[in-house]
Design a protein around this ligand. Structure first.
Ligand code: DGI
Ligand code: FE
Ligand code: FE
Ligand code: FE
Length: 188
């Protein structure tokens, strides 16, 4: 596998400076959560670094990959916000030579989540949302929830994201709803 230094170089080439700095903050936040919650620091570091690798790729690359790998046609109704994780993990595997399935799944799920997220996937999902550069209504609530437990953090983020999408009349990717139903509702 590539060393951290080699990965950092590839990320720096693939991303704008501000996005690259976000990735470094997600790495540090993921490492802290890994230490707190008993996950591999090395896996948290790598997953944090590579999670947004595909963020600046042209749409044509994603459309080609969706067809080539016969992914869900419904993906074509969305854009980079969904594609860079749900499809982007394929570029991470191929171009950054990441073979660890847990890391690849954490990248795949980092935007829309999933009903079954490993501890590593929960850490990357939360680190991306609460890294110190984030400033939006609800971020302190999400930081506090993540201090209590990863599951509380995931639930908080999933609820806030769906509320934000609906409030702004944005299209909701079906997996986002499935994630919501798995993590947010209280028992009735
Ligand atoms: O790539 P980042 O900006 O670091 O963070 P991210 O990959 O978590 O992307 C967050 C954005 O994705 C945020 O603006 C909300 C958006 N998003 C998440 N779920 C959905 C969505 N956008 C749409 N249209 N539909 C979704 O289901
Ligand atoms: Fe992202
Ligand atoms: Fe995210
Ligand atoms: Fe990110």
């Amino acid at each position: 596998p590539l060393s951290r230094t080699e990965l950092v170089k590839k990320l720096q080439e693939a991303l704008t400076p501000s996005r690259f700095n976000h990735v470094l903050r997600v790495e540090q936040t993921a490492i802290q959560l890994a230490q707190k919650y008993g996950e591999s620091v090395e896996k948290a570091s790598i997953a944090g670094l590579v999670h947004d690798y595909a963020k600046q790729r042209p749409d044509a690359d994603f459309i080609r990959a969706i067809k080539q790998y016969r992914l869900d046609d419904n993906l074509l109704n969305y854009g980079n916000a969904i594609w860079h994780g749900v499809v982007g993990w394929l570029f991470v595997a191929k171009e950054l030579q990441i073979e660890n399935i847990d890391i690849l799944k954490a990248v795949e799920y980092h935007t829309v989540g999933h009903q079954y997220m490993s501890k590593l996937a929960q850490i990357v999902y939360m680190a991306d949302y609460i890294e110190p550069g984030r400033d939006f209504p609800g971020v302190s609530k999400a930081r506090e929830a993540t201090e209590i437990s990863l599951a509380a953090g995931v639930s908080c983020q999933t609820q806030q994201t769906l509320s934000y999408l609906i409030e702004n009349k944005l299209p909701v990717y079906p997996q986002t709803i499935i994630t919501y139903n798995a993590w947010v509702p209280v028992q009735t």
